[in-house]
Ligand binder design. Structure first.
Ligand code: NOJ
Length: 931
């Protein structure tokens, strides 16, 4: 057996490491047609469309069951009628949440009781209803205040009125429509695609006279997954999918539902594959594809001038989404154009939240209030991360570390991939290669550097960690609910920790405890969680069999998409316990709604090809608009060897990813920035230095994201939500609210780009200060050394321009302010500062600095914890330079005033700019500069 497993892992390694770069093995992944529940629901949608007005919808609200509670929640029973006259009871609730969002849940009465006679009697019988508990901040949403909702019932519908919102629930056929400011925005079940595959035993399914089997449910074997490698998934509950359509009324631009290697705007799926949300280890994924990837965020929204509406489908099972733009509505509910979305999940309850707001930014704020905003990162993690699979040993690590300084390239973090461990046993180090990890980490620490090491959820069998997990039943279990499941991953035969189980998470924390033998003492060691979809080399679709069993006997089928999040959350908690008052950094590959609270993510195994560089921008933008902004793609491309030009352009793009890491496959050639030689090395160095100079901008953008959900990499349409022409721009973006607009060069040989200006403001080249003006496309030169970056008139950005080896060493460096005048001659901007590493900001030790320029006077106004220790220590931090860009004629004397004193500063004029030299103002208290 041992021999077989070794051979197997050897084979896997050969396949995975030596396979030539040739594209995804799409045959490994189910198409909709190969997936029972998706094919049944699509088939049903087709039948309903064919039947047109003849179709008899099956779902109606039982009027007598309706109960209006005094907190704005209405509950009752929906009845699904079967052809034999019997009905299936489906309890529902509709509640108005804080922030005027609306939540609808539909469960199944029969599944709430035991004794169903399913093949595996130990399983929890009810439909999985805890996805929301994991996804939502604090587990439960807050309901609207008492008295805020007026509920009216009539013979055919009920109405909920709250503020300028009105939701109506039609009893037959069951439909829910949300109106805002008198305009219908969202309609659930507009097209009657609601389909809750009710529970039936195999006998009930085949005994034709006892229960009707809808044609749409009969063509597939619903009690045995027939996909070729589904490893005998017995589907213990038979068919149990939930699906429904939601129309975005008046919208034809929709976004969201990552992760896919596809455009920012979602495409129609008519006649093509639906978007699939199913976390998998997709090997060598292709660009322009709706195949599932490593993570899933089931949130989709539409934008039109004046409005933005979203649908959050809180279901963690395998899910497909079809999208179609419909030009004219002919229903009684709307005659407007609309975009329909058809959500199909394999199991679980129906649990959906509707958002209707006036702009995409408001929507992001509301979604973030519900699911939690992105963590405020430890500042080092916004610096440059140097990774590859693998840095071989301590001297390799320290050589790379030294070369960074030799070539003047700032960096904060060096990474170790799986080879640092003893036989891929996590929490061990290969002793002969890393004899003293704490010693190595202390060398890094001398210049403020960090290390990130990989720890995956698969645990090699027969060593102390996996032995403990098996012995205490803390692993994911086989479909029998008893034995720990064994599968294959990097270490060969492995078991998987079940981090849905609080006891397992507790044990996980103990493994990291400061001083533990396995992890050493160092405080500058953070963690990378990979393969947590989970990736199972010999499992169906390279993942875990769906009939495995988790904590409290839930089937893996229903929790699949959130497993990865439970794992990285456990790691976050572990690091929080290990560290003394330090923000943990975790990188995760798999994610779900809510992951933003504790982890950064990256887009997995891309390739060193131009199309992957190009594709990375819409991918990262999509993550940013669904509340997961701490995202990036492997700079340089994971598989293969980039040309020098591609590598340079990738660095010039990568410095704008919120998470900026270079990474490479074990078989790719070394490509640290100095290897390419001149002029490439200097160009890459300058790009990295620009990222460091702009760290105050990135940190401020993250702080805004952390408090109000602003995307850090912000699509152009967030800036101009009423400009429909900006809705499809996906190759340029703003950095938060800083006014910096970036259009990276992503085409081989290109020496110019066409940048789109979404409005009529002035946009200054950030390097030459030359202004562009006029909504529309402008061609700008972009030779290899040039990154097309512009600052929009009306903005102030704060930078730190001195070269330092790491962000930590920049802590007390002086600032440079850039004031870009608007066409009216004014500007404003923000800067957030705290110590960048502890949680003292939560105790008030931070400041917000607001800059305003009215044409003559620049004022800086500081609010926050002025008496707090870190803020006080900022007294030594000054502004060393103020650059005004635009048309400014300063008076002879520039007067500076701070703390009741006044003095005069010198300035210099150059092409398009005036620079005030060393005005000597302190950053932590108010000042003015009169020009
Ligand atoms: C897969 C990850 O996507 C990749 O980044 C990593 O290098 C390998 N696993 C090895 O750990």
């Amino acid at each position: 057996m041992r021999v077989i497993s070794c051979l197997f892992s050897l084979w896997i390694s050969i396949v995975f490491i030596c396979t030539p770069v040739e594209g995804v093995k799409s045959y490994l992944f189910k198409t909709c047609e190969q997936s029972g529940f998706c094919s049944r629901n699509r088939h049903l949608a087709g039948e309903i469309a064919k039947a047109g007005g003849e179709y008899q919808p099956r779902y109606s609200v039982n009027i007598e069951s309706i109960l209006a509670h005094d907190n704005g929640t209405v509950s009752g029973l929906i009845e699904k009628s079967l052809n034999d006259g019997s009905v299936v009871g489906l309890p529902f609730t509709i509640s108005v949440l804080e922030d005027s969002n609306l939540r609808l849940t539909i469960d199944e009465a029969r599944r709430l009781v035991g004794g169903l006679g399913v093949s595996n009697g130990k399983l929890k019988t009810r439909r999985y209803n805890e996805a929301a508990d994991w996804a939502l901040q604090d587990g439960k949403p807050r309901i609207a205040e008492k008295g805020a909702v007026e509920v009216k019932t009539s013979s055919d519908s009920l109405q909920l009125k709250y503020g300028e919102y009105e939701t109506s629930v039609q009893y037959y056929p069951f439909k829910v429509a949300v109106k805002y400011k008198g305009e219908t925005q969202l309609i659930l079940n507009h097209d009657n695609l609601l389909n809750i595959e009710h529970f039936r035993t195999k006998e009930e399914q085949t005994a034709e006279d006892s229960i009707h089997v809808s044609p749409e449910e009969s063509t597939f074997d619903s009690f045995q997954d027939s996909f070729k490698d589904s490893k005998k998934d017995k589907l213990p509950f038979g068919p149990e999918s939930v699906s429904v359509d939601v129309s975005f009324v008046g919208y034809d631009h929709v976004y969201g539902i990552p992760e896919h290697a596809d455009s920012l705007e979602l495409k129609d799926t008519v006649g093509a594959e639906p978007y699939r949300l199913y976390n998998v280890d997709i090997f060598e994924y292709e660009i322009n594809s709706r195949l599932p990837m490593y993570g899933a965020i089931p949130f989709m929204f539409g934008v039109k001038p004046g409005f933005a509406s979203g649908v959050f489908w809180m279901n963690s099972a395998d899910t497909y989404v079809d999208i179609e733009r419909v030009k004219h509505g002919e229903s009684t509910l709307t005659t407007e154009k609309r975009t329909t979305s058809h959500w199909m999940s394999e199991s679980g309850v129906l649990d959906v939240v509707f958002f209707v707001k006036e702009s995409p930014q408001e929507l992001s704020t509301s979604y973030g209030s519900l699911t939690g905003f992105v963590q405020l990162p430890n500042l080092f993690s916004l610096g440059y991360h140097q990774c590859r699979w693998n840095y071989n040993d301590e001297s390799d690590v320290l050589q790379v570390h030294n070369n960074m300084d030799k070539y003047g390239i700032p960096y904060d973090t060096i990474w170790l991939d799986i080879e640092y461990t003893e036989e891929k046993k996590y929490f061990t180090w290969k002793k002969e290669l890393f004899p003293d990890p704490d010693r190595m980490l202390s060398v890094l620490d001398e210049t403020g550097r960090y290390m990130v090491v990989i720890i995956d959820p698969h645990l090699k069998v027969n060593y102390e960690v996996s032995d403990y997990v098996v012995k205490h039943s803390l692993g994911v279990r086989d479909s029998d609910c008893k034995k720990t499941y064994h599968g294959h991953c990097w270490p060969g035969e492995s078991v998987w920790i079940d981090t849905l189980d609080p006891e397992a998470s507790q044990y996980w924390s103990e493994l990291y405890v400061n001083g533990s033998r396995l992890m050493g003492n160092s405080q500058n060691l953070h963690i990378w969680n990979d393969m947590n979809e989970p990736s199972v080399f010999n499992g169906p679709e390279t993942s875990a069999p769906k009939d495995l069993v988790h904590f409290q006997n839930w089937e893996h089928r229903s929790v699949h998409n959130l497993y990865g999040m439970t794992f990285h959350e456990a790691t976050y908690d572990a690091l929080k316990t290990r560290f003394y008052n330090q923000r943990p950094f975790i990188l995760t590959r798999s994610f779900f709604s809510g992951s933003q609270r504790t982890a950064a993510m990256w887009t997995g195994d891309n390739m060193a090809k131009w199309e992957y560089l190009r594709g990375s921008i819409p991918m990262v933008l999509t993550l940013n608009v669904v509340g997961m902004p701490f995202a990036g793609a492997d700079v340089g491309g994971f598989f293969g060897d980039p040309s020098k030009e591609l590598l340079v352009r990738w660095y010039q793009t990568g410095i704008w990813y919120p998470f900026f890491r270079a990474h490479a496959h074990i078989d790719s050639r070394r490509r640290e920035p100095w290897i390419a030689g001149e002029p490439y090395t200097s160009i890459m160095r300058d790009a990295v230095r620009l990222r460091y100079a702009l760290l105050p901008v990135f940190y401020t953008a993250f702080q805004e994201s952390h408090t109000v959900g602003t995307p850090v990499m912000r699509p152009v349409f967030y800036e101009t939500p009423n400009n429909v022409a900006s809705y499809g721009i996906e190759d340029e973006f703003f950095v938060g609210n800083s006014g910096l607009l970036v259009k990276p060069v992503v085409d081989e040989g290109a020496t110019s780009v066409d940048v789109y200006l979404p409005d009529d403001e002035l946009y200054y080249d950030f390097q030459t200060f030359i202004a562009l003006h006029g909504q529309g496309f402008h061609t700008v030169e972009a030779p290899l050394e040039k990154i097309p970056v512009f600052i929009k008139g009306g903005h102030v950005v704060a930078m730190k321009q001195r070269y330092r080896r790491s962000s930590k060493l920049m802590k007390y460096d002086p600032y440079t302010l850039v004031i870009a005048l608007s066409s009216k001659g004014s500007a404003s901007g923000k800067l957030y500062i705290d110590d960048g590493e502890t949680f003292d900001n939560e105790l008030g030790d931070f400041v917000n600095v607001a800059f305003t320029f009215d044409g003559r006077k620049l004022s800086s106004s500081v609010t926050g914890g002025l008496d707090q220790p870190f803020v006080q220590s900022l007294a030594r931090v000054t502004v060393e330079r103020i650059i005004f860009i635009g048309d400014l004629k300063p008076s002879k004397e520039i007067k500076v005033s701070q703390g009741g004193e006044q003095w005069v500063a010198q300035y210099e004029s150059s092409e398009g700019a005036i620079t005030i030299k060393n005005p000597q103002v302190k950053i932590n208290s108010d000042w003015t500069v009169s020009v």
